[in-house]
Design a protein around this ligand. Structure first.
Ligand code: CO8
Length: 263
């Protein structure tokens, strides 16, 4: 399906979704959120897709936040609906069963940082800037930043970012554990695709189970999380991926994972 505010490409089992409003630094307007929701459904239903990459069109921005020209017109009820719409699509992104990597190629501000935070991990170019500048607009983060950021980098660091609105460089973001890898701008997509390909070559069942159990475990106590891991581990053993991976090791050959769910 073709979208107005997104580009979608699928190659070698890797889908790339590109936020495509470069004149507005890929700001998230209502149409983009609606289209992103449909694109995520499309990807979730495509069994050929094993990994998703998110990035931004142009050289300046991943996403410079929610579209402030739209935000400025909202009354409180409309703002509530818009915030909920953003939460719903970002939660859908986080819940996607395949791994999702954010390739942050410039500004990731406000809703842009919040989008990246819902991915499984972030690679950034040296010119990336992260921030939750909403406080400078007289508002607060409304797409999950007050919740996901403290869970990732710790309460006090998150509060400093949210209460000052200051931006972090890519290197600072990496030091805080927000970003996994920093690359030269021209090397970013190659590095992300290298890692995405490594994940795409693994079995679909364990990829899905590992992501799900890490995410679910973050919301519960350690004992409950460990019990969830035991169950997920047992379920993995019923998959052809487990048979193939362990047999390949014993037979001293490389595994070939089918990518199917049949067992
Ligand atoms: N919304 C709409 N348009 C934007 C946005 C944005 N967030 N960011 C940039 N643009 C537009 C600019 O208006 C400009 O358009 P034009 O050429 O027509 O004037 C174009 O993109 C280029 O931007 P600049 O000329 O400003 O480029 P600079 O390199 O000078 O500056 C910055 C780049 C620093 C990124 C600057 O554009 C900026 O500060 N942008 C706003 C960043 C921001 O505050 N983001 C947070 C937005 S609020 C948010 O995300 C809340 C999410 C939750 C919402 C909950 C709903 C209720």
């Amino acid at each position: 399906m073709a979208y107005e505010t997104l580009l979608i490409s699928i190659e070698n089992n890797i889908a790339t979704l590109t936020f495509n409003r470069p004149k507005a630094l890929n700001a998230l307007n209502g149409m983009l959120l609606t289209e992103l929701s449909s694109a995520l459904d499309e990807i979730a239903q495509n069994d050929d897709v094993r990994v998703l990459i998110l990035t931004g069109a142009g050289e300046k921005a991943f996403v410079a936040g929610a579209d402030i020209t739209e935000l400025a017109t909202l009354n409180p009820l409309q703002a509530k609906l818009f915030s909920k719409k953003g939460h719903d699509v970002i939660s859908k992104l986080q819940a996607l069963s395949i791994p999702v990597v954010a390739a942050v190629n410039g500004f990731a501000l406000g809703g842009g940082s919040e989008m990246a935070l819902a991915c499984d991990f972030i690679y950034a170019s040296e010119n990336a800037k992260f921030g939750l500048p909403e406080i400078t607009l007289g508002i607060i983060p409304g797409f999950g930043g007050t919740q996901r950021l403290p869970r990732l980098i710790g309460t006090n660091r998150a509060k400093e970012m949210i209460l000052t609105g200051n931006m972090l460089s890519a290197t600072e973001a990496k030091e805080m554990g927000l970003v996994n890898k920093v690359t030269a701008p021209e090397a970013l997509m190659d590095e992300v695709i290298k890692t995405a390909s490594a994940m795409a070559s693994k079995g679909r069942v364990p990829l899905r189970a590992a992501k799900q159990v890490v995410n679910a475990g973050l919301g519960v106590d350690l004992a409950t999380g460990c019990a969830m891991e035991v169950d997920a581990f047992a379920l993995c053993m019923a998959s052809p991926d487990a048979k193939e991976g362990t047999s390949a090791f014993v037979e001293k050959r490389k595994p070939t994972f089918s990518g199917g769910y049949e067992g």
